[in-house]
Structure formats: structure tokens, C-alpha cells
Design a protein around this ligand. Structure first.
Ligand SMILES: O=C(O)c1cc(C(=O)O)c2c(n1)C(=O)C(=O)c1cc(C(=O)O)[nH]c1-2
Ligand SMILES: [Ca+2]
Length: 587
């Protein structure tokens, strides 16, 4: 039913309605109840659940479930699907709390489903302003806390919904969409604060993270990624520009409950050309450690200074204990858009550089300072005003937003990389007008090219972090890779992200493809895994769009025969289980 009321939850027939039960079912199955989400559960989730963006605060995206494993994954079949009726980028993970699944779609719709049957429990549709332009039409998912569901909207509101009914409890304005602010990330909740960050790097916003009281929705704090006058780092904006300097935040942070620090990756500097805003430009293209109680930045590390490539480093670092020469280092691991795999040590009082090595061809960094990790640039690879500059990787980087995953059993990090792509930019001086593009380049000034002889682009890579060695990789000959990664206790890695619409399972140890299925659209959704009534499920949204599609258009321009794939749009939730379990699951 199409809601005409706006911002309304549409109740749908109760999931136990007899008409929706498969014929011949003997007993009435109970609709899933709702289990309140506590700080303890978020810090220590049950194996059966997937309660947040990457399942756990450390961002590893590891599900311990092992019913589906390398030996039987060939028997994986769809149990149910659900068509969202929405086009563009379906990136949110199916988040599951004791049998209830929550997915979001572009336009910040939230759909609650019976995770076992696909019955719709409720659906929230947001009425969006008519003058809203959406540069990145997507939404990356909900956060759960107490008996509420939180979603960050593209018109820049934080909305709290009743988890049982989908009714709006409150909607808090976060920023003014007319000034170029929007939100695409899933919120992060810790200790009663719902934290969100704002997008808008292309419009020259000043990036921020803001914490809201989970109960009342009242804003508790707001921390700008770019320091104002008198704040540490302000002098890294030597000739000003900090008010319009970017550093937006659009991917969910990770969180260390022991240190009580949330780690957020920050976006590109604005406008794109660094010589238009001299200085290091803190804290763009950085990680900032924020205390969720007061919002204060406790420590930071900047991956690359004076960003000039549109290399957002928004992916939150993954919290992993990495063995180095017999010592276990509590690390922040970040396969970056700048094409380097960074390892940092997280401490209460600082972030220490450990290592940085390229995971794709990168011709920008001449070397790194061995103490600090600060890169020295090849100056002829740094975009500037009034000149065309070429560089590798492209402005979409060695890896854009699709998150990597870490498996504590194989001790490998799985990175969805793009290799063999380079970019070019020609910069122009530009005045900032709130709400208008502030790239410092026209769309005709943005180039992408393929390295000569490139035999592949997309590449799923498995890294041993102790040795900094690539253990295996799986190349995709004629496709880019925009696939978020899931890894499981069954020794598997799940990922889509290619223009052939496939969703695949890989052997986590060897990289061998063990299973694949062709879906309705391209899979840029974050996969998740959960268990209900003894059955393990793998779930993902297929719904291509946003920059995966833009890269497809660029590739088609380069070689219309090789990159002919036309990826149809339209979101569908897919839920899989082993064949022998799938039939009984629907009863
Ligand atoms: O600077 C920003 O604020 C910002 C926001 C977003 C977003 O919110 O999705 C993207 C980007 N930048 C970006 O640079 C980028 O490559 C990108 C790709 C996508 C996507 O959904 O495929 N979003 C974004
Ligand atoms: Ca950006």
C-alpha cells in the first residue's frame, strides 16, 4: 500500500495471517517478538544475531555461525526474496534481532520483515522535500537500541521508530539539506548516544559527528572534523577554507568499549585541489577517535595530508589484534581509498603508525616517513589548479566505501579492491555557494583510464596482517568490484559487487569460488548472516546504483565491448539457507 500520509509506517497484514501461510501447515507459528537491545548485547552479540552495521563494534563483519560451511555451501538456495520497489543503491545490511529483520532502501525507507518467512511486519516511508537533490541516493542501514530503530535520512534528519510498529517516535533535524548536507550512513549507538555523521564533501560542508540522546533525540554534542579557531589543528588551514573544507563522515564508525572511543573515518577535503587550501587540512582523510559521552576528539591520525584526489577515508578502521614478532598489537586496520593498507596501534592517549603498504598500483606516494607514516608525494601526481594531472588509483581509489572483513579463524583480512584504474583531474578556482557543487572541477575535468594491458579490475584480496603479505586474490576480468564483504565461522567469504549480478561464496582459506548465484541486479549490499530456529541464513540486498553505476558508465566509455554489461536496477532482499533446511524454514 502506497502511503500518502508521508513519514508513516504502513501496517501490513500480521505475519501470522492464515492467508500467508503455506498450504498444509499444521501449527500456527508465532510472529517473532521483540528483544530489547542493550549496551551489553551490542558489545557481545549472540552468535544468531546481526545487531549493527558490521555485526560487532570492532567492524570485523565476522559471523561465528558455521552450519553453512565450505563443505556444503554448494547446497545454498534462496528461501525467500522481497522486492523493495525502489531503484538505486541498496547498500544496507539486513540487520537481524531474534528473527526480525530490518533493511533500509534509498529515500530512507525502513522495512521490517519476519526474517524466516519474508512476511512484512511494517514499512516506514519518509516524505522527502521536493527540492532535494540526491548526489548519492542510498542508505546504509539502521541502528537498534532499546526498543527503537534509528535511521539517518537523506534530507538530514535522525529518525527514531518504534521497533514493534514502525511508528515514528521522533525526528530530529541534524543539518540543513538545502546547504548540501545529507546522510547516508547507518547510525552508531553506544552508551545511550546515537551518533551520526553528515555527507556533503562535494558541496564544501564542514564535516561533523553528532551525538543524540537515544531516548529524547536531544542533541548532546556536535564535533566538527575540521577544527575551528583556537582548536588543535586549526593552523593546518594556512590560508583559511576550514568552514568549507569537507571532511564529511558517511560510513558508520567502529567502537572500542574498553577505551570508550569511537573511531570514525573522515572524507575528502574540499574543494578537490589542495593548492586552493594550503596546509595539511586536519582532520580530512583521517581517523578521529571520539569519546561518545562528550564528543571530544581524543586522538587522530591523518592518512594523507592536503587531500587532492577525492580520496575520502571514511571506512572505519577495523579493530583487530595483530601479532607482530610475538607481540599482539591492538590495531586499527584500514585498507584505504588512497590504495594503502594501513596498520595503526590504538592507545588511550594516541594512535601510533605501524605500517602502510600499497595493495593496488599507486603512483602518488614516493615514500612514507617510517616513524609517522606521513607520505611524501610525487608532486607531478598531485592535482592542482589550472593543470591536468594524472594519478593511480582513480578518484574512486583502491577501495571506495564497500567494507572489508576480518576472519579471526583464518586471521585474514578480505579487501574488495579495484586495480588498474587511474584518474585525472583539472582544477579550477571556485567560489563557494551553499548548496551548490564545490568540487573545484567541472564534470568534464574528471577522467578515468585503464592501465595498458590491464587483465582485471576488481580483485578480492586476502591479507595476512602479521606479515603484510597477500595470501590469495581473486581477479574479476571485466568488472569493477563494489562488493561489501562478510566472512563466517564456516570458513567462507561472501561478496557480490560485480557487474555480472553475481553473489558469491569463496573459501576463506584458498579463495576458491565455491558457490554463486545470479541475482536481479548488481549486489552492492552489505551481506549478513543470522540464525532462526536452528537454521543459518545468509542475507543480502541486490540493488545496483550510485557510484558502482557511475564507474560502469566510465568503463563503458573506455571500452564499450569489454564493459558492455547493463546492470538493471531495483532492490531485492535475498535470503539463503541450505537446501534441506529451506523448505522447512518457510513452514
Ligand atoms: O564527500 C562526501 O560527503 C561523500 C558522500 C558519499 C555518500 O554519502 O554516499 C560518497 C562520497 N562522498 C564519495 O566520494 C564516493 O565516492 C561515494 C560513493 C558512494 C556510493 O554510495 O557508491 N557514495 C559516496
Ligand atoms: Ca567524497
Amino acid at each position: 500500500a502506497q502511503s500518502t500520509q508521508g513519514n508513516a509506517a504502513t501496517p501490513v497484514a500480521p505475519p501470522t495471517a492464515p492467508a500467508q501461510r503455506p498450504a498444509g501447515t499444521q501449527e500456527e507459528r508465532k510472529a517473532p517478538g521483540f528483544t530489547p537491545v542493550t549496551d551489553q548485547r551490542l558489545a557481545n552479540p549472540e552468535a544468531r544475531n546481526w545487531l549493527m552495521y558490521r555485526r560487532t563494534y570492532d567492524g570485523q563483519a565476522f559471523s561465528p555461525l558455521d552450519q553453512v560451511n565450505a563443505g556444503n555451501v554448494a547446497e545454498l538456495v534462496p528461501v525467500w526474496t522481497f522486492s523493495t520497489g525502489v531503484i538505486e543503491g541498496h547498500q544496507s545490511p539486513p540487520i537481524v534481532n531474534d528473527g526480525v529483520m530490518y533493511v533500509t532502501t534509498p529515500q530512507a525507507q525502513v522495512i521490517a520483515l519476519d526474517a524466516r518467512t519474508g512476511d512484512v511486519l511494517w514499512r516506514y516511508r519518509r516524505e522527502l522535500p521536493e527540492d532535494l537533490t540526491q548526489l548519492h541516493p542510498t542508505n546504509r542501514g539502521v541502528a537498534l537500541y532499546g526498543d527503537r530503530v534509528y535511521v539517518a535520512t537523506v534530507d538530514c534528519f535522525l529518525v527514531a521508530l518504534d521497533a514493534k510498529t514502525g511508528k515514528e517516535v521522533w525526528a530530529q533535524k541534524v543539518e540543513d539539506y538545502q546547504k548540501g548536507h545529507y546522510m547516508t550512513l547507518a547510525p552508531l549507538v553506544a552508551r545511550g548516544k546515537v551518533m551520526v555523521g553528515g555527507s556533503g564533501g562535494e558541496f564544501g560542508v564542514r564535516g561533523f559527528v553528532a551525538g543524540f540522546d537515544a531516548d529524547s533525540g536531544k542533541e548532546a554534542w556536535r564535533t566538527y572534523t575540521i577544527p575551528g579557531p583556537g582548536e588543535p589543528g586549526h593552523d593546518t588551514w594556512k590560508q583559511g577554507g576550514w568552514q568549507t573544507g569537507g571532511g564529511s563522515i558517511w560510513i558508520t564508525g567502529s567502537y572500542d568499549p574498553q577505551l570508550n572511543l569511537a573511531y570514525w573515518g573522515t572524507g575528502n577535503a574540499a574543494p578537490w585541489m589542495g593548492d586552493a587550501r594550503p596546509g595539511d587540512n586536519l582532520h580530512t582523510s583521517s581517523v578521529v577517535a571520539i569519546n561518545p559521552d562528550d564528543g571530544k576528539i581524543r586522538n587522530h591520525h591523518q592518512y594523507h595530508w592536503n587531500d587532492s584526489w577525492d580520496w575520502d577515508e571514511v571506512s572505519a578502521p577495523i579493530l583487530i589484534n595483530v601479532e607482530h614478532n610475538g607481540r599482539s598489537i591492538p590495531s586499527l586496520v584500514h585498507p584505504a581509498r588512497d590504495g594503502y593498507l594501513w596498520q595503526l596501534e590504538r592507545r588511550a592517549d594516541s594512535i601510533r603508525f605501524v605500517s602502510g603498504i600499497p595493495f593496488v598500483q599507486q603512483d602518488v606516494f614516493a615514500k612514507l616517513d617510517p616513524e609517522t607514516g606521513r607520505p611524501v608525494y610525487n608532486e607531478n601526481r598531485k592535482p592542482r589548479l589550472d593543470q591536468k594531472v594524472e594519478f593511480c588509483p582513480s578518484l574512486w581509489g583502491g577501495k571506495d566505501w564497500p567494507p572489508a572483513a576480518y576472519n579471526p579463524q583464518t586471521k585474514l583480512l578480505y579487501v574488495p579492491a579495484n586495480e588498474n584504474l587511474c584518474g585525472s583531474l583539472t582544477g579550477h578556482r571556485m567560489d563557494h555557494v551553499p548548496g551548490q557543487l564545490f568540487l573545484g572541477a567541472g564534470l568534464e575535468d574528471i577522467g578515468m583510464s585503464l592501465r595498458p594491458g590491464a587483465d582485471h579490475i576488481g580483485e578480492l584480496q586476502a591479507w595476512d596482517l602479521s606479515t603484510n603479505k597477500k595470501v590469495w586474490s581473486h581477479p574479476f576480468k571485466d568488472s569493477q568490484l563494489w562488493g561489501p564483504v562478510l566472512t563466517t565461522g564456516g570458513g567462507l567469504v561472501f561478496m557480490g559487487g560485480t557487474n555480472d549480478r553475481m553473489f558469491r561464496a569463496f573459501d576463506a582459506k584458498s579463495g576458491k569460488v565455491l558457490w554463486q548465484i545470479r541475482t536481479n541486479s548488481g549486489v552492492t549490499g552489505v551481506p549478513s548472516s543470522f540464525e532462526v530456529d536452528g537454521t543459518q541464513y545468509i542475507a543480502v540486498q541486490s540493488g545496483w546504483g550510485v557510484d558502482a553505476q557511475r564507474m560502469q558508465d566510465s568503463l563503458k566509455n573506455i571500452d564499450p565491448v569489454r564493459f558492455k554489461s547493463d546492470v538493471p536496477q531495483g532492490g531485492v532482499v535475498w535470503v539463503f539457507a541450505l537446501r534441506q533446511r529451506a523448505q522447512q524454514a518457510l513452514r
